[in-house]
Design a protein around this ligand. Structure first.
Ligand code: CA
Length: 223
């Protein structure tokens, strides 16, 4: 899951970055509307957290351009407490949810989970594949209902594979979904993460198949 935060209040942005990263999301941040617009035009994100009061280009314009390009990425708008009008404008322009400042990080995380889930068309917070399940609320994975200890990176990797279970996921897709700008994650590093994740989850009858030269596929092993 790759998220973009467009927020010029650096203290708030740092708090968001910390909490979302520790939940296993790959998160990038921009501090003005122009940078937000270019980032959104160049990359595909699973969710945009958009402050409306951005310098250089207003958040509503960033949103309007995003939707004009045909992007359906979920957008969570952040507004000042008193700006009902902007909230309404934001929703009219295609925002999916909003939060008025100040808000609790806990609530924001809950909304992020709901929106990213909706983006995938899933109704529940739990993704299942054979004996493997992933609870997006606590960001915890289970094999046969036994919790598996995973690092934030491994959780992120497992989530991407589970969302596309049974289908091929290329290394480039994994790099795009798991890595932030400035993150020097090579295809080799992806191999290392996959290797570690395999050792932890392949005790159940699922496996991460390597499709040589192409990528990976999370499969169920027939009993
Ligand atoms: Ca602002």
């Amino acid at each position: 899951m790759r998220l973009l935060i467009a927020e010029d209040d650096q203290v708030l942005a740092d708090g968001l970055l910390r909490s979302l990263r520790s939940a296993g999301y790959a998160v990038d941040q921009v501090g003005n509307g122009i940078d937000a617009d270019s980032a959104l035009a160049a990359h595909e994100f699973d969710l945009l957290i958009l402050d409306l009061g951005l310098p250089r280009l207003h958040g509503l314009e960033v949103l309007r351009r995003l939707r004009a390009r045909g992007s359906k990425a979920p957008v969570l708008v952040l507004t000042a407490a008193d700006s009902v009008e902007q909230r309404v404008q934001g929703l009219d322009l295609g925002a999916d949810d909003y939060m008025a400042k100040p808000f609790s990080l806990q609530e924001l995380e809950a909304r992020v989970r709901a929106l990213t889930r909706r983006g995938l068309g899933a109704a529940s917070n739990v993704i299942r594949h054979g004996p493997l399940s992933f609870d997006a609320t606590g960001r915890v994975a289970y094999i046969n209902e036994q919790m598996v200890e995973l690092s934030a990176r491994e959780i992120g990797l497992l989530e991407v594979l589970l969302q596309r279970a049974g289908r091929l996921v290329s290394k480039d897709q994994l790099v795009e979904r798991l890595c932030e700008w400035g993150d020097e994650v090579s295809n080799n590093a992806i191999e290392v993460y996959v290797h570690r994740l395999r050792k932890k989850i392949e005790q159940g009858n699922v496996r991460i198949a390597t499709v040589r030269g192409l990528g990976y596929c999370l499969e169920r092993i027939a009993a």
